[in-house]
Design a protein around this ligand. Structure first.
Ligand code: ADP
Ligand code: ZN
Length: 596
């Protein structure tokens, strides 16, 4: 209702059909004051009537001096006695209260919606509208913009010019989205096979990596309209507006038929819900619930796909990630050196470049730049060239732009990360990857990278051998060794005093594994077959020192890990060097290094 009232007022004001001048405003305020006054008077009159305890009222009933009882919902009920006196007593609100008084031959009047109440309601509504109008007049520009946007956030864009070829790099994300294009185009086919189509895709990764672009390209390829909104649009000052906007959005998408709904910054409405809420986030919860309801609500195989984007998957409410919601999660990463070159090329298509500009070299120099930043760099270069009245964009222009682009965000991101830091990361990640390859022939390392992601610095992807139901002790031990490989490489190359904090989550993983090995799986000779959780549950502890035993095992595995790396120092150096150069290595490149 709020939504409608505000919309109506905005509309009325906009069209100028009913101009709310000062006179009318005063009238509204007077009406409002009158309502409050009459309410007070009414309350006063009621206060004058004597209130008797309920037990007393029951006695009156017994004595037969009650003539009439006015039933209502309120806390007190009005009772008329034989002598004409009126009293108030507590409303017991029991189901057979009416029956009981009827048995005593008492008149029962049920208080329906009386004229007075109708009047109160109407007057109150008018008063409220008056208030809204009044505040509207005094509202800041920001709020005015907000209201103005109410009626037009949910509008579709229909731009089939943006295609996947406009997105450089991000190959994995593109492949996953290409599949979705087919779902949108041919839902009938999937339907006839009884397949349930995915409804939501979540794109996550650092800002400016092309998530919005990917969603638009997906709609463009499928040839359907896209409804782009931002999660923060739904966080409103007016209660309930966010939820109703969500419903409105889905309604419009359904009317459009096959389409893509794109919700940017989904984290601003889908944060993890907490038990004890402050009122501010309750509104957010309502909006989130509306989104979840809509997503579960729409018919499958309709050809509507909801794409959401976030920089922070870790803060999202779990309910959003469940099947039937955003169950496809695709990571969109910062571009590596090859992808950067492609992005630069793409954005140079319409720009006159001098012949001496080397995009390959520029790609090497723009470590940790996002796609948006690269685009910005070229755009700035073009502006500088225009300002200097040149015919082409030269290296000099690009250099100037480079510093301009970097100055803006100084230490906010890792663009200026020192070479030394990159080298440490390279050795750390190479340590993990190399150990993984060397401790078990079955381990497949599909990727190593030194590009920061939302999860942290660099990373490696280990495909642990074929799904099996059980893990052997040997496998657990070698996984611990892999986890310690990063720290071991740091120590080997830079010495004990120069190890970094970068291994903290590795150590957490290793600790978890070793404690389970000893305390849950009974795989350690010294600790025997005891399950520590059971022992703890019985409050028996102290007999076996789990902590010291774990520390010893980790220590000995760490020593072995160091030895393995030392023996293969040359491969480690080569891998770190190649990582520094390429930033990301794929499986073939890793295998080639290890099996030379
Ligand atoms: P995000 O939604 O991840 O914050 P955007 O999609 O809004 O990023 O990217 C902003 C702009 O940066 C895009 O419009 C595009 O010009 C450029 N851009 C980002 N990533 C790429 C990419 N992979 N290929 C081409 N252009 C890109
Ligand atoms: Zn690590």
């Amino acid at each position: 209702m709020w939504n409608d009232i505000i919309k109506l007022i905005y509309y009325v004001n906009l069209k100028g059909a009913v101009l709310l001048n000062k006179k009318r405003l005063y009238l509204i305020i007077i009406v409002f004051v009158l309502i409050i006054a009459s309410g007070l008077i009414y309350k006063n009159i009621r206060d004058k009537i004597e209130v008797v305890p309920y037990t007393m009222f029951l006695k009156y009933l017994e004595y037969g001096i009650v003539e009439e009882v006015k039933l209502s919902d309120s806390a007190k009920i009005l009772v008329k006695l034989n002598n004409g006196k009126k009293i108030l007593t507590d409303n017991p609100r029991t189901i057979d209260f009416k029956k009981e008084i009827l048995m005593h031959d008492v008149n029962v009047v049920e208080e329906g919606i009386e004229a007075k109440q109708i009047f109160m309601f109407v007057a109150l509504t008018i008063g409220l509208i008056g208030l809204v109008v009044y505040f509207r007049k005094n509202m800041s520009k920001q709020a005015e913009i907000e209201i103005a946007s109410i009626s037009n956030v949910e509008s579709a864009e229909y731009d089939t010019r943006i295609k996947f070829r406009d997105v450089a790099g991000n190959e994995e994300a593109k492949d996953a989205l290409k599949e979705m294009v087919d779902f949108i185009k041919n839902p009938e086919i999937y339907n006839s096979f009884g397949a349930r189509l995915p409804r939501g895709v979540l794109l996550y990764g650092p800002p400016g990596t092309g998530k919005t672009l990917l969603a638009k390209a997906m709609a463009g390829e499928a040839g359907v309209p896209i409804f782009p909104v931002s999660g923060s649009d739904f966080v409103q000052v007016y209660a309930g507006l966010g939820a109703s906007r969500i419903r409105n959005l889905f309604k419009m998408a359904k009317e459009a038929g096959k389409s893509v709904i794109f919700i940017d910054e989904i984290d601003s409405l889908g944060k993890k819900r907490k038990g004890n809420n402050i009122s501010g986030s309750e509104e957010g919860d309502r909006t989130l619930n509306a989104l979840l309801a809509e997503m579960s609500g729409f018919k499958e195989n309709e050809g509507i796909i909801v794409v959401a984007a976030t920089n922070r998957i870790d803060v999202l409410d779990d309910a959003l990630l469940r099947p039937g919601r955003f169950d496809r999660q695709i990571e969109v990463q910062l571009p590596d050196v090859k992808a950067r070159e492609k992005i630069l090329k793409l954005h140079c298509r319409n720009k006159p470049l001098a012949r001496d500009v080397n995009l390959k070299k520029l790609a090497v120099e723009t470590v940790y730049f996002s796609g948006a930043k690269l685009e910005n760099l070229l755009n700035e270069s073009a502006m500088i060239a225009v300002r200097e009245k040149e015919k082409e964009i030269t290296n000099e222009h690009i250099n100037k732009a480079y510093y301009k682009v970097l100055v803006g965000d100084e230490k906010k991101d890792r663009s200026c990360l020192k070479y030394k830091d990159r080298e440490i990361t390279a050795y750390h990640e190479a340590g993990h990857a190399l150990i993984a390859k060397l401790v078990s022939k079955e381990n497949r390392v599909t990727k190593v990278s030194i590009i920061p992601s939302t999860k942290g610095m660099g990373g490696f992807s280990l495909n642990i051998p074929p799904d099996r139901m059980y893990q052997t002790k040997g496998e657990i031990l070698s996984n611990i060794s892999v986890a310690l490989g990063g720290r071991a490489a740091e120590e080997l190359v830079y010495g004990k005093d120069n190890i970094t904090t970068g291994a903290s989550s590795d150590l957490a993983k290793a600790t978890e594994m070793v404690l389970s090995l000893i305390g849950i799986y009974g795989m350690d000779d010294y600790a025997g077959l005891l399950n520590h959780n059971v022992a703890m549950a019985r409050e028996i502890s102290g007999s076996i020192d789990l902590l010291n035993r774990g520390k010893d095992i980790l220590g000995s595995i760490y020593k072995d890990t160091l030895d393995i790396l030392e023996e293969n120092r040359e491969i480690l150096d080569n891998m770190a060097k190649l990582l520094l150069e390429k930033e990301v290595l794929d499986e073939d490149e890793i295998n080639a290094l290890v099996e030379f």
